[in-house]
Ligand binder design. Structure first.
Ligand SMILES: NC(=O)c1ccc[n+]([C@@H]2O[C@H](COP(=O)([O-])OP(=O)(O)OC[C@H]3O[C@@H](n4cnc5c(N)ncnc54)[C@H](OP(=O)(O)O)[C@@H]3O)[C@@H](O)[C@H]2O)c1
Length: 309
């Protein structure tokens, strides 16, 4: 089978399409025949050697963290999925998604949303679980509260806006001006152009800032969080002293695979309350170009690799 692997850290040129053996599942694992795999910012960080979980000991390493496909093989103790079941998954860093068949643990996978094709479904797992855990597990967002989501037009942000709205929250978001119509279509209540406006002078105080941008955007966010509120980031730990002085809760987290949460997300998607935006697709052999596009171009939603047709 084909897999996109790295044999050393570096730029997109270190990714190569290798011919490798199809994996065999352990007793508690399944093999997913991959129809589509999405591209996430973490894939490029791993390729560049900037994500400490992947070291030179892991070479040759298959990139990619989420997939949509069907069960092609299962270990003896797996009873929750049958051969041919359509599934999607956010994988642990032990197994990569840019390949034709991938190993997954049965508790990482969920039944694919019936209303999505494999390309759309592959766009969901990592971004969706990151949004879910940031808003609800760490951010403790509740119905009737106000949330500001930085980076609303990206992979995580466009799902986070819709999850927050579906939970009954009021949602403001920062993005480029060109994304205004896209974001209002997702239900955002207030949209701020981060290039020409200063959100902290426009948005009324919020209960939660969900930060997908970091840097000075995170620093400027403190002033609009209510006492007792929270600032949760996917990227960097917010200033603890400032948080204590202001009486707010802060945190930086790493999203963890969860088949159970993914199944809740699938249900929400099939209810019609959450739309998935795929901006562009590439072939498996074009994975380097896909990562380059995510890093350098303006992408609305997600980029997905079509792996098997
Ligand atoms: N900790 C974790 O477990 C975890 C999980 C997932 C993602 N992440 C991280 O979270 C971040 C977001 O992930 P993603 O997949 O959504 O990335 P993405 O798809 O690349 O989206 C990033 C978005 O941020 C926008 N943006 C850039 N600068 C901005 C600013 N100053 N203000 C407002 N928006 C801005 C971009 O818009 P323009 O194109 O218009 O600039 C883009 O829409 C990434 O850095 C990723 O590495 C961490």
């Amino acid at each position: 089978m084909q897999a996109v692997r790295i044999h050393r850290f570096g730029g997109p040129e270190v990714m190569q399409l290798d011919q490798i053996e199809q994996p065999i599942p352990a007793t508690d694992e399944v093999v997913i025949k991959v129809f589509a795999a999405s591209v996430n910012p973490v894939d490029a960080k791993m390729r560049e050697g900037k994500y400490p979980v992947v070291t030179e000991k892991d070479f040759p390493y298959v990139l990619g963290r989420d997939v949509s496909g069907e069960i092609a093989d299962a270990g003896q103790s797996v009873s929750s999925f049958l051969m041919g079941d359509e599934v999607f998954a956010f994988l642990t860093p032990d197994h990569g998604g840019y390949e034709e068949f991938v190993i997954a643990k049965s508790d990482e996978i969920a039944t694919k949303p019936h209303s999505l094709d494999h390309v759309q479904a592959a766009a969901v797992p990592l971004a969706g679980i990151t949004a879910w855990q940031g808003l609800f597990d760490h951010g403790k967002l509740e119905a009737g509260q106000r949330v500001l989501i930085h980076g609303g037009a990206g992979g995580v942000g466009h799902l986070a806006i819709q999850f927050a709205k579906a939970s009954g929250a009021w949602v403001a978001t920062t993005a480029s001006a060109a994304d205004r119509d896209f974001l209002s279509g997702l239900g955002a209540d207030q949209i701020i152009d981060y290039k020409s406006e200063r959100f902290e002078t426009i948005v009324e105080p919020v209960d939660l800032v969900f930060d997908l941008v970091s840097g000075e955007t995170q620093d400027r966010s403190f002033s609009i969080i209510k006492s007792g509120g929270a600032l949760i980031s996917t990227l960097s730990e917010p200033n603890k002293q400032r948080a204590e002085a202001q009486g707010i809760r802060t945190g930086r987290y790493t999203a963890q695979p969860s088949g159970a949460q993914l199944q809740k997300i699938a249900k929400l998607i099939d209810s019609g309350r959450v739309k998935v935006r795929v901006d562009r697709t590439f072939g498996l052999r074009e994975a380097a170009a896909a990562q380059k596009a995510l890093q350098e171009d303006h992408i609305r939603g997600k980029i997905v690799l079509k792996v098997l047709n």
